[in-house]
Design a binder for this molecule. Structure first.
Ligand code: ATP
Ligand code: MG
Length: 462
């Protein structure tokens, strides 16, 4: 029996197919959308492959954009699954990949089979649609047996795996990412070919590495993709800072080196807070400062060094600035050690130091780090710290200059001070006082305190 049409194809995508068909063109759904829909996964983008030339596609879809050499016209839609528009790409053959990344040239073809043959993995080379000028019903086309691989959960290169990875190093990263994302096994020949061609990962642009890294970290468990990259040797070419953790000794879990610890920590983060991908990324990177600081069995300053390295790495990989800053700040602060004897003031100073918006992530990072060290997540009285932090946040205890009951103008006008750095210093000192005892945060009390300090300072200066 013929397999049913792909599920949940948005009406606008269907309309694009119908338009191409009714104008005498071959048109098929292909790629990740087909794959994910067959797996019952959420489809992030639908791709259409067609025999129509880009100019023909452009003339059928007003508002289409054609700004590349590869035959892709982006047709605008309002479909929520495709906010960026649907990519309608002319069937093509690719030629020579001198840079191990992009074909030197492409030739358009009217053969769907040739188009499917240039695709990376069999599960990405399944098509559903209609050929040109015929009134046949839409049907499945699967020359590489992708449907069978989809059923058994196997990722297999289309054609000669070694040639395919050698052509384009991005496929190495896509293989690890897709296997992790889909929970698939990489077929043996494909995996061997990855190891044999691992160096071509060097040709992949940092931005593309960043894009794949983002998806790897979101997989369940996230360590899966990194294990594949490490095992095939791709890791040292694509992400050398991560690869440097392999073989570095570590006394946390017996038999685990630093890399094993990082892997267990990133998986720990995805258990502690599955939806927080920035936390997973931080967990992955939290100890990257260890290899360069390793000396006499210690890693002194690895938190600061790691924060700098993470910042440089994520900037290179084109992560957004706010996320880079967050990961880096969390790594810089990850070595805190809480004691139940901390006073309320100590808890408030801790929140102030790490930042109100960072403190929950920092505690969860430690929970993940605990899991990665073979400890219960709450080891080190973390649950107690978390509830004390929450109580302070709920009480809206003043923790920043903005929350003081006085500001610089109050000090200048009330105490007759001259504007200048001394005013800032005085505000900092008042904040210290208020963090020690939040009850002091009234205007009168703070002005009186500031007056007393300035008078004392003047007396001492005379
Ligand atoms: P995702 O959208 O989750 O990144 P995808 O497989 O849909 O996964 P796209 O970048 O959207 O990836 O590409 C769409 C299709 O184009 C793929 O399914 C595959 O058929 C083909 N493709 C993408 N990148 C490559 C590549 N580097 N080499 C060969 N074919 C590729
Ligand atoms: Mg896609």
């Amino acid at each position: 029996m013929e397999r049913p049409a792909p599920a949940d194809v948005p009406a606008e995508v269907q309309r694009i197919l119908e338009t191409l068909w009714s104008n005498g063109h071959a048109a098929y759904l292909v790629g990740g959308g087909v794959r994910d829909s067959l797996l019952g996964r959420a489809v992030t983008d639908w791709d259409v492959a067609t025999g129509a030339l880009p100019e023909q596609t452009m003339s059928l879809f007003p508002g289409g954009q054609y700004t590349n050499r590869f035959g892709t016209v982006t047709v605008p839609t309002t479909a929520p699954s495709d906010p960026m528009g649907v990519e309608v790409t002319t069937f093509r053959r690719d030629h020579r990949y001198a840079d191990h990344r992009r074909p030197d040239s492409v030739t358009f073809t009217d053969s769907l089979e040739e188009d499917l043959a240039r695709r990376d993995f069999t599960v990405n080379a399944i098509a559903w649609g209609r050929p040109a000028g015929q009134s046949t019903e839409p049907h499945w086309v699967d020359p590489t047996d992708g449907l069978a691989d989809l059923e058994t959960g196997v990722l297999r290169a289309v054609g000669d795996a070694k040639v395919r990875f050698d052509e384009d190093g991005l496929r190495l990263l896509r293989a690890a990412r897709l296997a992790a994302q889909l929970g698939f096994d990489i077929e043996a020949t494909t995996l061997t070919a990855m190891a044999a061609t691992s160096h071509t990962a060097r040709w992949v642009s940092s931005e593309r590495v960043g894009g794949e890294l983002r998806k790897m970290v979101a997989a369940d468990p996230p360590s899966r993709a990194f294990a594949i990259l490490a095992e095939t040797g791709v890791l040292e070419h694509a992400l050398p800072e991560l690869a440097a953790q392999r073989g570095v000794p570590q006394d946390k879990i017996t038999g685990h080196d630093l890399w094993g610890h990082s892997m267990a920590t990133v998986d720990g983060a995805s258990i502690v807070e599955p939806s927080n991908k920035t936390l997973c990324l931080t967990a992955l990177l939290h100890d990257i400062g260890k290899p360069p600081t390793f000396a006499d069995g210690h890693f002194i300053g690895h938190d600061e060094e790691g924060a700098k390295m993470a910042e440089a790495l994520l900037t290179r990989l084109a992560y957004p600035r706010h996320e880079v800053a967050r990961v880096s700040a969390l790594i810089a602060n990850h070595m805190f050690s809480y004691e139940p004897r901390w006073s309320g003031a100590a808890v408030r100073r801790f929140i102030r130091r790490v930042g109100r918006d960072f403190v929950d992530d920092l505690i969860n990072l430690r929970r993940a780090d605990n899991i990665g060290s073979g400890l219960p997540p709450e080891a080190g009285h973390l649950d107690e710290l978390a509830s004390r932090v929450k109580a302070e946040l709920d009480a809206r205890s003043p923790l920043s200059l903005r929350e003081l009951a006085v500001d610089g103008d109050d000090l200048i006008n009330g105490l007759g001070l001259k504007p200048g750095p001394a005013v800032g210093e005085l505000l900092e000192r008042l904040l210290g006082s208020v963090i020690a005892d939040p009850a002091r945060n009234t205007r009168e009390r703070l002005l009186a305190e500031a007056r007393a300090w300035t008078t004392r300072a003047e007396a001492a200066a005379e």
